[in-house]
Design a protein around this ligand. Sequence first.
Ligand code: SF4
Length: 463
Amino acid sequence: MPSVFIKTYGCQMNERDSEAVAAQLVDRGYSLAPSESGADVVLLNTCSVRDLAEQKALGKMTTIAGMNRKRGATQVLGFLGCMAQSRGAELLGQNPAVDLVVGTQKFHRTGEFLDDILAGRRTRIVETAEEDGSQSAIREHLPETGKGGVGAVTAFVSIMQGCNQHCTFCIVPATRGAERSRSIEDIVAECRTLADRGIRELTLLGQIVTSYGKRLYPVRDGRSAFVQLIEAVHGIGGIERIRFTSPHPKGYGDDLVEAFGRLPKLVESAHLPLQSGSDRLLRLMHRGYTRERYLAIVTKLRAVRPEMGISTDIIVGFPGETEEDFEATLSLCREVGFDQAYVYKYSRRRDTPAAEMPDQLPEPVIEERHRRLLAVIDELALAKFDAQVGRMVEILVEGPSHRNAARFEGRTRSNRIVVFEGSERHRGQLLNLRVVRAGNFTLYGDPAIVGLEESDGAEGLNH
Ligand code: SF4
């Protein structure tokens, strides 16, 4: 039984793809190795969004190949995912030890390619062509481990692939292709299976989930295909919470905002990727909304759910960003008061329009703005965490704490981690507990009152 180790770089979509590849390989008789040393096959599932992510994966592969050379070991080595898609055969040329390059529409064929290489039927395979229906191939979950496995209470479900938005800084439309959605029936069947396995919370995944199903399902009673899908998943017994990522601000139409007020399983957590607070930059980025429209969405979301946790992504140092543009981003952050923000330094990606724009900013300017923005974001987020102290919150208990295995942890509906003195019997339960302390982006709940008090409705709905 050959053993395989998969290392994942990048986003939750990549994590989900790796899990589906692992499940596919286990199904074909492979075992999963806990690390690369000693594995028969090492696969790196790559990310191309920033240059740093590509360099890390390339460096890792060079190190593994060098170690193998030194030890005289033979391992089958492969690149999967976004960088495999964008660089293709170039990766074989760069590193003669690489045997396999599998693009983003060919994950489901990884097992077949490995079988061929291990049996000596084929060598050095590169498969990056588009494939009709590949979006529906990301459906297998690991039976024993992984996010959707035994003991897990949360799972990712891939609902669509690709993106048609073509933001000028983004390589994703090139690596993931055009938008392609699975059917509602197919997704609901997968969600039901997960519910039967004990999954309580689902995160619907895609590169731009709010564009889900536009070509498959017409708007019905004012509800978009994405809202129709959420309604269908909402009807599944055993599923208590629904999240989704990554959406686009343009996708928060009135139907989706209204769904937050109407569907109690849709938790109070909205990711609204901002990228910039300057209208001039938003136009250059081809984002399709203005600062005013963005703020209007935030206001509407908070009107239907006052406890809505709002997170975002922001890029600093986009070509031509002036101090005035940057100040507009800072002021918008203060105006919204984000609960969480992922701040990225602009990374020049080949074959994107922004890479050819004039006025690329020098690294020290980008560094300095990155530091200033992070300071503001941390100040806002920590104030929000502190404000939770003394409140009752509902958490879904996920298992032992990642920071301290002697304790348990769960997430609030607005996606904050709460650590408490729980035990195995709490896993998978929805508990109301009081927040007694706020640490560095972690809340602590009082074990003495776990489950003994009713929620005062401070966060979320009782259902
Ligand atoms: S919407 Fe997101 S995935 Fe699509 S091009 Fe823009 S940043 Fe990239």
